[in-house]
Design a protein around this ligand. Structure first.
Ligand code: NAP
Length: 250
């Protein structure tokens, strides 16, 4: 078996300074891809991911860009191409929450979540698709959420953004499929990261009881799904939403 099926490929992973994004960066690097590790605030987390990739003999670089800024998408894609020589795989993973009941969500909290979780992903797809369309090859993987599939009280902004990512995924799949570019979404359920830590032990225990597999998932389990969608073996899978949620959306 080829242990480096992504050798010679370049991947951009946004929000790769922690959690699911860093696990994706490490998994893609282990499969042989050179990885652009996107971050905004957590430079040391991103540096640590790059150091781990280099230690294992891989290639990686950090790219800082605040995705609430519309210009950041172009910076990320252009810098990836300049520093790593191209862009073959994009993992739109960066995301934030600003949870509240809908009647209390401020315009600022609505706009902030839509900007980072949805608009930035669109802009990155738009910028990365240009070189992918020219080469007639590419993989886009958007990290959605179970909240974008079934909805969640207290997360109207986040659910709307994550459902929007699924719509974006399906439309792009139809637009670019003729050029052998695949576009898929991964919809994690509850995964142990900083994002879920804030929910507290009591709420997490209550949630766990409703998960068919009776446990919270790991970032590495989400990364395994992302890695699979980037592999040559997944070339005929596009427009799909892959649930990594212990059966929660079943
Ligand atoms: P996390 O550890 O908080 O990671 C979030 C990442 O997004 C960080 O690397 C962060 O980078 C980056 N980010 C945040 N704001 C940014 C901005 N303005 N510009 C650029 N990057 C920004 O959370 P996580 O759980 O791994 O989440 C990763 C993705 O999975 C998110 O899209 C989330 O919605 C999705 N997800 C998570 C779960 C879960 O249970 N954990 C479930 C479903 C979906 P910096 O810290 O460097 O700013």
């Amino acid at each position: 078996m080829n242990s480096q099926p992504l050798a010679g490929r370049v991947a951009l992973v946004t929000g790769a300074s922690s959690g699911i994004g860093s696990a994706c960066a490490l998994a893609l690097a282990d499969a042989g891809a050179a990885v652009a590790v996107g971050f905004s605030a957590n430079r040391s987390g991103a540096d640590d991911v790059v150091a781990r990739i280099l230690e294992r003999g891989g290639a990686a670089t950090t790219i800082g860009a605040d995705l609430s800024d519309p210009a950041a998408a172009i910076t990320l894609v252009d810098t990836t191409v300049k520093e790593l020589g191209g862009i073959d795989i994009v993992v739109n993973n960066a995301g934030i929450t600003r949870d509240n009941l809908a009647v209390r969500i401020t315009d600022a909290d609505w706009d902030a979540v839509i900007a980072v979780d949805l608009s930035a992903a669109f802009r990155i797809c738009r910028a990365a698709l240009r070189p992918m369309l020219r080469r007639r090859d590419g993989r886009i993987i958007n990290i959605s959420s179970i909240a974008g599939v079934v909805g969640n009280p207290g997360q109207a902004n986040y659910s709307a953004a994550k459902a929007g990512l699924i719509g974006l995924t399906k439309s792009l799949c139809r637009e670019v499929g003729s050029r052998a570019i695949t576009v898929n979404a991964v919809a994690p359920g509850f995964i142990a990261t900083e994002m879920t830590k804030v929910l507290g032990d009591e709420l997490l225990a209550a949630v766990t009881a409703t998960i068919p597999l009776r446990r919270i998932g790991t970032a590495e389990e989400v990364a395994a799904a992302v890695r699979f969608l980037a592999l040559p073996e997944a070339a005929y899978i596009t427009g799909h939403v892959l649930h990594v949620d212990g059966g929660l959306a079943a």
